[in-house]
Design a binder for this molecule. Structure first.
Ligand SMILES: Nc1ncnc2c1ncn2[C@@H]1O[C@H](COP(=O)(O)O)[C@@H](OP(=O)(O)O)[C@H]1O
Ligand SMILES: [Mg+2]
Length: 272
């Protein structure tokens, strides 16, 4: 199976396991549901990668020391992903908080493949984002149409207003001022994958994040977004880089290409 189709299959399987877990455990103990979700999805993805892509390295949010490995291991040269030609960058459950809240659909499974000799600047050659509650998997194997087809926003009252997705729990500090300047209506949402998927499908026009994130939070959705033709970059306009020694990737902008220069200029004024 080619990598894009494999990523779709894997994200869908993990998403199904997470939906089953939610149905089994219910929502009475949010902490237990979050921990079980992270573990069930991580274990499933790790097992299938070991079985079907045994020669590839893996960077998963749920690996022990995933956030700190760069500090401890880079010096000793033991971090195998840094010399590997192919690295799967995985967030087994993005939007863990929302996963544990009944009725919410803004959580996702991220599966991305980084390759050393990739033509794209970010190095991502395949990716899939599963949105289990929506029974949808977005993937690079069948990139969604570009430009996105905006959905009806009539219920919001101002259908033409620019819609900007941002974290509902940790939005950038400059977000309110920035939104005001660009005339955007804020759409708070959980999960980086769900927010980038909302840009891909046209539910929102852009997603801005700053203040902290890791490679696994954005790799798969950025792979899909760029495969469709969307703009994805750091908020200073520089390229998103993956499989770096330090997996922190604290900010990003995803939007249609025609909006990018205006939004980057405004971002520069607010945080440059
Ligand atoms: N300031 C921050 N520092 C580190 N991670 C952050 C962050 N803000 C958001 N994230 C991570 O980015 C993902 C999307 O966040 P949000 O829902 O707030 O937009 C979440 O991933 P996980 O759910 O996989 O932990 C969250 O942990
Ligand atoms: Mg995440």
């Amino acid at each position: 199976m080619i990598d894009g189709a494999f990523a779709r299959w894997l994200a869908a399987r993990a998403g199904q396991a997470l939906s089953d877990l939610r149905a089994e455990m219910g929502f009475a103990d949010a902490g237990a549901l979050k921990s079980a979700g992270d573990k069930v999805s991580h274990d499933l993805i790790r097992t299938e990668l070991a079985r079907w892509r045994p020669g590839d390295a893996v960077l998963s949010e749920e690996d022990e020391g995933s956030r700190l490995a760069w500090a401890a291991e880079v010096g000793s040269g033991t971090l195998s992903r840094l010399t590997a030609d192919r690295v799967w960058i995985i967030d087994p459950l993005d939007g863990t908080r929302e996963f544990s809240e009944e009725g919410r659909a803004d959580w996702a499974v991220h599966v991305a493949l980084w390759a050393r000799n990739a033509p794209a600047s970010h190095g991502l050659v395949a990716g899939a984002v599963a949105l289990p509650v929506r029974h949808r998997v977005l993937g690079t194997d069948v990139p969604p149409a570009y430009p996105p087809m905006p959905v009806e926003t009539a219920t919001v009252g101002d259908a033409k207003r620019f819609r900007l997705a941002a974290s509902r729990s940790r939005p950038p500090v400059f977000l309110t001022d920035f939104a005001e300047e660009v005339g955007a209506q804020l759409v708070p949402m959980g999960s980086a994958g769900a927010k980038i998927a909302a840009v891909v499908t046209g539910e929102v026009d852009a997603y801005v994040h700053a203040g902290g994130q890791y490679e696994w939070d954005s790799a798969a959705p950025v792979a899909v977004a760029t495969a469709t033709g969307l703009h994805a970059s750091r908020i200073d306009g520089s390229a998103l880089k993956y499989n770096q020694a330090d997996p922190r990737l604290p900010d990003l902008l995803v939007c249609r290409k025609d909006l990018a220069s205006r939004l980057l200029a405004a971002l520069h004024r607010h945080c440059g």
